[in-house]
Design a protein around this ligand. Structure first.
Ligand code: NI
Length: 176
C-alpha cells in the first residue's frame, strides 16, 4: 500500500467528469482502493474520491458512522424526500478552508464493490453529506461552486475567530 499525492483545486483532474470503472475486479482497482484507504486514514479525512488522487475514475471512499472506510464504484445517488440542510464542508483538495453547503438530508445509494457486486443502501446526515460531496468530485464539481452563503466560506482560523467573537457578543448581549 502507499500514501498517494492529493491533487489540489486548480489541477485539471479535479475539474473534469470522471470515467466509469470498466472492470471493478481489476488488480489495479483493488490496489487503488487500498491506497486510497491508506491515504484517507493518513490525511484524517471523512471521504476521498479517485480524481483527488489523480485518477479520473468514478469511485470514492467514505467513512461510515462506525468509522469504517467503504468504497463504492460507479455510484448512483438519489435524494430521498425534499429535505435539505446546510452544513460545513472542507476538502482535502482545498486545504485550510471550509464553507457552508446545502445538501439533501437523506439519500439512497447504489454501486459496485471491488468484487464487482452491486450493493445499495441509505444514508443520512453527515454520511449523506460526505457521499454527495465525494460524488460531486466525480463530476468535476468542488464545493466552493455550491456555497449556501458566500460570506460563510474562508480559512478555518478566520471563521473560527469570527464565530468566537460572535458568541462573545451574544453572551454580552444576554447579560445586558
Ligand atoms: Ni473534497
Amino acid at each position: 500500500m502507499a500514501i498517494l499525492k492529493i491533487a489540489r483545486m486548480g489541477h485539471p483532474v479535479l475539474h473534469r467528469v470522471a470515467d466509469l470503472v470498466e472492470d471493478p475486479t481489476a488488480p489495479e482497482i483493488r490496489r487503488l482502493v487500498a491506497d486510497m484507504a491508506e491515504t484517507l486514514a493518513d490525511a484524517g479525512g471523512v471521504g476521498l474520491a479517485a480524481p483527488q488522487v489523480h485518477v479520473p475514475l468514478r469511485l470514492f471512499l467514505w467513512k461510515t458512522g462506525a468509522g469504517q472506510a467503504m468504497a463504492i464504484l460507479n455510484p448512483v445517488l438519489t435524494p430521498l424526500g425534499e429535505e435539505t440542510e446546510t452544513g460545513w464542508e472542507g476538502c482535502l483538495s482545498i486545504p485550510g478552508l471550509r464553507g457552508l453547503v446545502r445538501r439533501a438530508v437523506r439519500l439512497r445509494f447504489a454501486g459496485l464493490d471491488i468484487e464487482g457486486n452491486r450493493f445499495e443502501g441509505e444514508a443520512q446526515g453527515l454520511a449523506a453529506r460526505v457521499m454527495q460531496h465525494e460524488y460531486d468530485h466525480l463530476d468535476g464539481v468542488l464545493y466552493p461552486s455550491k456555497l449556501a452563503d458566500p460570506s460563510q466560506f474562508g480559512f478555518n482560523e478566520e471563521l473560527a475567530r469570527a464565530a468566537a467573537e460572535r458568541r462573545a457578543r451574544e453572551a454580552e448581549g444576554g447579560t445586558a
